[in-house]
Design a protein around this ligand. Structure first.
Ligand code: IPM
Ligand code: MG
Length: 355
């Protein structure tokens, strides 16, 4: 197959981890006789520096023309420390999500048998944890009206959802649950928020269309607690944008390192595949960042964007093998020898090709 992939490395450790995923994709392409065509584009702080815009039109055109986007990370402390900055790298990410219509962010929580001892949670609690959070990505407080009053001593951020926005993501979550263990947890704060009550209303209309799926409603505070206390109780979870942002960071530590977690964002136009971690500026340029989250995002890319399941599986198998052989970066090596970002990428690419 001909696969056209836009490459948006972004900021911080983005370029280093994306380079490893590219190595692995190229190895997959060679093994399975695909032609990969990479097209690089700017996003984030690096795009602001070059063009003044964190998601330039040219980048958007490249993404629209591609079959899939592989994305690294964005963010730069320079902007975090300047609350008055009017243009921020994160706006590039939000603009990309909105303009590509990426309303569903799929974040699996994976547990790796050889890393169980790295988790802050007890082995018996997490051994069989295997759930996916489906986060709404183009609505809610991230995109609502925000502002200050004239004296600037009052601020607001508005949460808004339409029934249509809720319906499409809840339907997608039910369809996803049908492919898995057929349990859907709908997370909200319906005891307080009107938007959450609309989520429930819409969800209750959709639930009867999927009679085989067991539906559960859970308040977000209780969900936060249960992720730690009893993660095995979840299969598919669906929630609004901000709750999903918070719960997926929480869920990512179950595996022992946030650096391991991939994600796929899908919707109206080209899908985007990216690790859930940020730009980790303290590690940028040091060749120490964990590339596995991005490499596993590339696995999701083969599976979701091209329906190439064997290609996705070989990447996952190679990652598992690297963990079993302790070919890991410093965030998970503990007292044992650690490998650089590039060495881990090389090892996994080599396994794909020869393993
Ligand atoms: C994420 C990140 C982003 C978000 C930031 C960088 C804007 O935390 O993808 O989870 O909040 O969505
Ligand atoms: Mg986040």
């Amino acid at each position: 197959m001909q696969l056209n992939i836009a490459l948006l490395s972004g900021d911080g450790i983005g370029p280093e981890v994306v380079a490893q995923a590219v190595k692995v994709c190229n190895a997959v392409a060679q093994k399975y006789h695909h032609q990969l065509h990479w097209k690089e584009a700017l996003v984030g702080a690096i795009a602001i520096e070059a063009t003044g815009n964190p998601y330039p039109d040219e980048t958007h055109e490249i993404c629209m023309a591609a079959d899939a986007v592989l994305f690294g990370a964005i963010g730069d402390p320079k902007y975090d420390h300047d609350p008055k900055a009017t243009v921020r790298p994160e706006q590039g990410l939000l603009a990309m999500r909105k303009k590509l219509g990426l309303y569903a962010n799929i974040r699996p929580t994976l547990v790796f048998p050889s890393l169980l001892h790295k988790s802050p949670l007890r082995r018996d609690l997490i051994e069989n944890a295997d759930f996916v959070v489906i986060r709404e990505l183009t609505g809610g407080v991230y995109f609502g009206d925000r502002g200050r009053n004239e004296t600037r001593d009052k601020a607001w951020d508005v949460v808004e959802y339409t029934a249509a926005e809720i319906e499409r993501i809840v339907k997608l979550a039910y369809e996803y649950a049908m492919q898995r263990r057929k349990k859907l947890t709908i997370v909200d704060k319906a005891n307080i928020l009107e938007t959450s009550r609309l989520w429930r209303e819409v969800s209750q209309r959709i639930a009867p269309l999927f009679p085989e799926v067991e539906t559960e409603y859970l308040f977000v505070d209780a969900a936060a607690m249960r992720i730690i206390q009893w993660p095995e109780s979840f299969d598919v979870m669906v929630t609004e944008n901000m709750f999903g942002d918070i719960l997926t960071d929480e869920a990512s530590v179950i595996s022992g390192s946030m650096g391991m977690m991939p994600s796929a964002s899908i919707g109206l136009h080209t899908s985007v595949f990216e690790p859930i971690h940020g730009s980790y500026p303290q590690a940028a340029g040091k060749n120490i960042a964990n590339p596995v989250g991005t490499i596993l995002s590339a696995a999701m890319l083969f599976e979701y964007a091209f329906n190439l399941k064997d290609e996705a599986d070989i990447i996952r198998k190679a990652v598992d093998a690297s963990l079993e052989h302790n070919i890991v970066t410093v965030d998970i090596s503990g007292d044992a020898k650690s490998y650089s970002t590039g060495e881990v990428g090389d090892w996994i690419a080599d396994f794909v090709q020869n393993g």
